[in-house]
Design a protein around this ligand. Sequence first.
Ligand SMILES: *Cc1c(COP(=O)(O)O)cnc(C)c1O
Length: 453
Amino acid sequence: MKTKKFCLTEAQMPTQWYNIVADMPNRPLPPLHPATKQPVTKEQMSAIFADALIDQEMSVERYIDIPEEVQEIYRIWRPTPLVRATGLERALDTPARIYFKNESVSPAGSHKPNTAVPQAYYNRKQGIRRLTTETGAGQWGASIAFAAKHFGLELQVFMVRVSYDQKPYRRLMMQTWGAACSPSPSTLTASGRAALERDPHCSGSLGLAISEAVEMALQHPEDTRYCLGSVLNHVLLHQTVIGQEAVAQMEMAEADPDVVIGCFGGGSNFAGLSFPFLRRKFAEGRDLRVVAVEPASCPKLTRGSFQYDFGDVAGYTPLIPMYTLGHEFQPSDIHAGGLRYHGAGAIVSQLLRDGIIEAQSVPQTETLAAGILFAKTEGIIPAPESTHAIAAAIREAQRAKEEGSPRTILFNLSGNGVNDLSAYEQYLAGTLRDYAPGDAEIRRTVDLLEKII
Ligand SMILES: *Cc1c(COP(=O)(O)O)cnc(C)c1O
């Protein structure tokens, strides 16, 4: 009998996060203050983020303890299963073995609660009473709403007006968990009120929602902080529970991955799965390919430029050394909302620059076709973001067949798609189109960046 699912006990869950910075041959360049172009100080960041998170952001310690209070909430859904995709293997008639780590089983339906929980915990511990954040399609807003509730924190989410109106389900998840979710622009902040004065019917943007969330945190330094669901080092760090579990589960499966694959928005689910495997590459010299998969419509890793750029579209964050399309790049309106991000985190960018990881881009019709095949063969309807990892895994399995050489493939199922069925609706209706920006379109927003390196 072929074992399908590899499950750890709660006692086997990791008790530390893995910080890859300790093992990188070249550490990422420091984040810079936009005005002075000097490395940002802890003091400058502490008005926005909780102190413990800033320490983690800058840490070079290899392992950082996961507080018991965080582990206790992780146990609501962790450890997550590692599954052998036997149905998909059969459908592809491939000699490859395909495994996936199922992060779609969390209460919010994605990997994002892995960082939402510790972020809420450290803020609470510092005596912060309220968190602010922005959300586009709502995955991050829902995850932090779930986490904030557990630690008795208030949460103010600014949700881009169009999504607020068109995508009610995650808004309702946030409200069910007790968060305040306001359409952005709102009347709660000066930047929101100014936008509404200019245009009372303004449909909002992610940049504006960030401005509102940061403004509210800066105006209440005594009890309010802002939080972010991807890109930053501490977010990637928290996600390494995924890969540490997967390393143990692949051992249970008596399998060693030749390729580890993750879809790529800002880099957190990709890093979470792959970094603990890269640890073995650094420490034991294991041979391993690690592949980040981005949409062809938002190709910062495969076609972007390595430069200092803002982490957010509004220009509030420090300047981060990253592969970027420029923070003013407007990604086309693809369904994988979580992958519509202009840049990549500093650590992942450095790893790509050093050739330690590789990147691929996939057009969205191919990803949704892969998602549908996965749903039919493995049962789970994947998030549109996750279908990028599935498409790359399928390409790899097909190559194994052509070359007649078996291999072991592991990918991250970062979330389920039950709240994103409109993407499937369009694909099934045949109205979904592929889009890739032209070189001139990319050059325009990259050329707007001030050259620092
Ligand atoms: C947010 C999201 C992503 C993209 O973010 P990363 O930080 O790159 O992981 C991918 N998949 C799902 C399901 C998401 O919600």
